[in-house]
Structures are given as structure tokens and as C-alpha cells.
Design a protein around this ligand. Structure first.
Ligand SMILES: [Fe+2]
Ligand SMILES: [Fe+2]
Length: 470
């Protein structure tokens, strides 16, 4: 394990002091990052003491330290998972050869693009969520929001480190651009559409952390397989932090379900209007939010057939998540059965890697649904939450713009347009959800639409004052 020197300006385990030029470049970028955080990060809570975890090492036994921190004083650092001795490339045409500590010239621009695209999502999500603090359903949730936010900030650092350390002047320019694009900006939006969708209510936030952060998990998993070893090591450590973000989503939605079931029991009805009048989220409404965020996140995996993904795999730049679980790591002779609008077809597996990733992602998404449905079933209700079919409401790939219902059935365009408000949140639904969003900041108290969590953070009670507002 490599230790981290906290007396340094930028905590790190990459021996930054030994490279003065790199250190100076990053120290030059740091105030720009802090300025971005001040302008685009969580509004109005910069003076609050937040009970946050901070990465202090990459030791599996205790990599984080917990304590009250003002967000602008958070120690964003650069941590790479320990080097695996004699690591070799695990897939593609160069399988079995030693991994790269420097970037081969021919892959430079592709790797830069991959790193910039990943890096762009990190600050984007902070921007998307910047107003949520004002309507937090509890101090516990407020703390979790800020925890996610500061860690996405650190993930930006992780990518910026790679850009500065391995891409020279181009990398430094890209690092500045990562602070210049903004989520939803008309002139300079973030690169990926989902990261330009506003996240203005907490139901969306829970869906975002469940579905969109999970896309992040799958991207990081596939980059963790990369032959470019520093990228692999960075992503492996990011995954450690990412797990909490999805925990926030899964338990958040689970608590919404729990609260709704309580209200249904109390009122003795499943009538959505009555449940809403009682300040809770009816299950069909929750289903619409799942439909929206799941379908939006599915686009992030790209087209069903992609020669870029094939090349990235063949060259060893980006593998499949959990590559070691597969038998064939070269895929030169494998084919894949694909459902396409014009009919099913078999395509070379190398070209279908986006779809393979999308499928394993959806399997991971199912886990939470099973858990929530078990709770609904135990409460004696027939309603079941489902994931929309991967062809539903797509805007990228073969199914883009096609009228497919959430069950995956291709339908008439007009009928689709008419039905859509029944499948994704309508303006009235969104207005209702907005009407539920009131700030609750008494320690231990929860908003009307969400049950308390089963336990607090780091063994503290739920009633703990996780954010001291002053
Ligand atoms: Fe992240
Ligand atoms: Fe995340």
C-alpha cells in the first residue's frame, strides 16, 4: 500500500513531488477547479460542516476517514489502486503482452477521448444536482448528496491527473475544457445527453444515482480492464467510491417504496390520487421515473453495432466489465444475436460489445427491482416495478426515435405519442413531485414521501446531525 501525504497541496499516492513539472501543472489547475466548485457546485451550503468520508489511502482495510468538513476544504486527491505486479493485457489482439505504463502513440487520441468523455460526466453530475440541497428530505440525505458531489469532484481529479501526466499540452487544454463545459449549457453543454438532463427533485436524484451512476460503474469496470495501466488503476479505485453512490440510489428508491406502502396501508387504498393527497409517491408514478432514467441511461452505452467499440476492444483500450468472467477474450470468431428493428440478426461479437455491456448493466439493475418488489409483495400488493425494454425511448442506436412501448413492442407512431405521458413523467407528474420537495433539516426527521433509512452512516444513528448548517 502506498501512503498519502496530507501536508501536500494535492494529496496523492503517485509520488507527485518527484515530478515538479506535473505537480506545478496540477497546482495551476487546482484554483480553477475550486473556482468551478464555488460557482457550479452545491449552492449555499459551502459554510456548512458536513460529515464526509475522504479517501486517505487505497488500503482495502481502511481507505477512508470520516469527519466534519466544509466542502470547499475537502481534500480532493489523486489515488491509484496498487499496481498489480507483472500485469498483462487481458483481452484483444495483444492479449498476454505486458500492460502499458506509457501510451502507445497510435492510441493516444482514442484514449484521450475515452478519458475526456468519462471525465466530463463527473463534474456534469455535480452541476446537475447543485440545487437539490434546498429541498433535502432529511439531513441524512443532504449529507449523502454532498458525499456523492465531492466524490464526483475527486473523480474529475482522477481523470485530470491522467490528462496532465500522459497527454502533455493537449491534456492540459482538455482539463481546462472539463471546467468550461456545463450541464445543460446552450453553447457549451456536457458531452453526453443524460448529463444535460436537469436533476431538480430528489426522486430524480435517487433514480440518477441508481441508473446513471451505475452506468458509470460499468464504464469504470470496462476501463479498469484497460491495457493502459494508470487508467486501469485509477478506475479500480474510483469503483470503491462509486459503490456508495448506487447505495444512495437503491436505498433511496427502497425508502420511497416503503413509505408509499405505509401510506397505502394507513389509507386502505392504492388510489394514486389519495396517495398523492397524503404527500407520498404512488407506485405507478415511481414506475414512470424508473422508465425515464433507465431509458436515458441505456443510451450511454451507445449504438448496438459499433466499430469504435470493436477497435477499442481489439486494441486493448476498453474491455468488457468483469472481463475475466468470459472464456473468449479475443472474440475474432464469435457472433452475437441482436434484435434489430428490421429483424433479428447475427453480428460479429466484436461489433456488438455495447449491447453486451448494456445487457450486463440491465442485469445489475434488476437486483434492486427484485428487492423492492419483494417488499411490495410482502405488503400484499400485486403491483410490480419493472425495467423498460432496452428499445424503449432510445435516442441513440438502431432504435433511436422508434415508437417502442416499455414492453419492447414496436407500435404505431401516433398511438405511441399519445401513450407516452402514461409511461414517463408528465408535466403534471413533475409538478406534483416538485410540490413534495420541502427542506427537512431537523435531525432524524424525514419528508412525507420517504421512509427513514434502516441505519445511519458509519455506524452513527439516523438522528445524527450529519450537516451542521450554522
Ligand atoms: Fe464518478
Ligand atoms: Fe458516481
Amino acid at each position: 500500500m502506498s501512503g498519502i501525504n496530507y501536508s501536500e497541496k494535492i494529496p496523492n499516492n503517485v509520488n507527485l513531488v518527484s515530478d515538479r513539472t506535473l505537480q506545478r501543472a496540477l497546482e495551476h489547475w487546482q484554483p480553477h477547479f475550486l473556482q468551478w466548485w464555488g460557482e457550479m457546485g452545491p449552492t449555499d451550503f459551502q459554510a456548512a460542516d458536513v460529515y464526509l468520508r475522504t479517501a486517505v489511502s487505497v488500503d482495502a482495510q481502511g481507505w477512508a476517514q470520516y469527519g466534519a468538513v466544509k466542502m470547499p476544504d475537502y481534500r480532493w486527491g489523486i489515488f491509484l489502486a496498487d499496481q498489480v505486479p507483472n500485469r498483462t493485457i487481458g483481452f484483444g489482439d495483444q492479449m498476454g503482452q505486458p500492460v502499458w505504463q506509457q501510451i502507445p502513440g497510435e492510441y493516444r487520441s482514442t484514449l484521450r477521448r475515452l478519458i475526456v468523455t468519462q471525465g466530463d460526466t463527473e463534474p456534469a453530475s455535480v452541476e446537475q444536482q447543485r440545487l437539490l440541497g434546498h429541498t433535502c428530505p432529511s439531513l441524512y440525505d443532504l449529507r449523502n448528496l454532498f458525499q456523492v458531489n465531492v466524490e464526483e469532484g475527486r473523480h474529475l481529479w482522477a481523470m485530470v491527473y491522467l490528462l496532465h501526466a500522459y497527454f502533455g499540452r493537449d491534456g492540459r487544454e482538455e482539463a481546462e475544457e472539463l471546467l468550461a463545459r456545463h450541464s445543460g449549457d446552450a453553447d457549451k453543454p456536457r458531452i453526453l445527453t443524460t448529463f444535460n438532463e436537469p436533476v431538480t427533485d430528489w426522486l430524480s436524484f435517487f433514480c440518477f444515482t441508481y441508473f446513471t451512476d451505475r452506468d458509470g460503474k460499468y464504464q469504470l469496470k470496462s476501463l479498469a480492464e484497460s491495457a493502459f495501466d494508470p487508467l486501469s488503476r485509477t478506475c479500480r479505485f474510483m469503483l470503491t467510491e462509486e459503490a456508495h453512490h448506487m447505495f444512495v440510489g437503491e436505498t433511496g428508491i427502497g425508502r420511497v417504496v416503503k413509505r408509499t406502502l405505509e401510506v397505502m396501508k394507513e389509507l386502505g387504498t392504492d388510489d394514486p390520487a389519495k396517495i398523492r393527497a397524503h404527500g407520498a409517491v404512488d407506485l405507478p408514478l415511481l414506475q414512470k421515473y424508473l422508465n425515464f432514467w433507465c431509458s436515458s441511461s441505456l443510451d450511454l452505452f451507445g449504438s448496438e453495432i459499433s466499430s469504435n467499440s470493436a477497435a477499442n476492444f481489439a486494441h486493448g483500450l476498453k474491455g468488457r466489465p468483469d472481463e475475466s468472467q468470459y472464456e473468449d477474450h479475443v472474440l475474432r470468431n464469435a457472433s452475437f444475436h441482436l434484435r434489430m428493428p428490421e429483424g433479428d440478426q447475427d453480428v460479429p461479437m466484436l461489433n456488438a460489445l455495447n449491447e453486451i455491456m448494456r445487457e450486463s448493466y440491465l442485469k445489475d439493475c434488476e437486483i434492486g427491482l427484485k428487492r423492492w418488489n419483494r417488499v411490495i409483495e410482502r405488503a400484499g400488493h400485486a403491483f410490480r416495478l419493472t425495467l423498460p425494454a432496452p428499445q424503449f425511448r432510445r435516442s441513440i442506436g438502431a432504435w433511436a426515435g422508434l415508437p417502442v412501448d416499455p414492453a419492447g413492442k414496436l407500435m404505431d407512431k401516433e398511438a405511441f405519442a399519445k401513450q407516452l405521458p402514461a409511461w414517463v413523467p408528465s408535466e403534471a407528474d413533475k409538478a406534483f413531485v416538485r410540490s413534495l420537495m420541502h427542506k427537512v433539516i431537523e435531525p432524524g426527521k424525514m419528508a412525507s414521501w420517504v421512509a427513514p433509512p434502516d441505519r445511519g452512516i458509519n455506524n452513527l444513528p439516523v438522528e445524527y446531525e450529519y450537516v451542521k448548517l450554522h
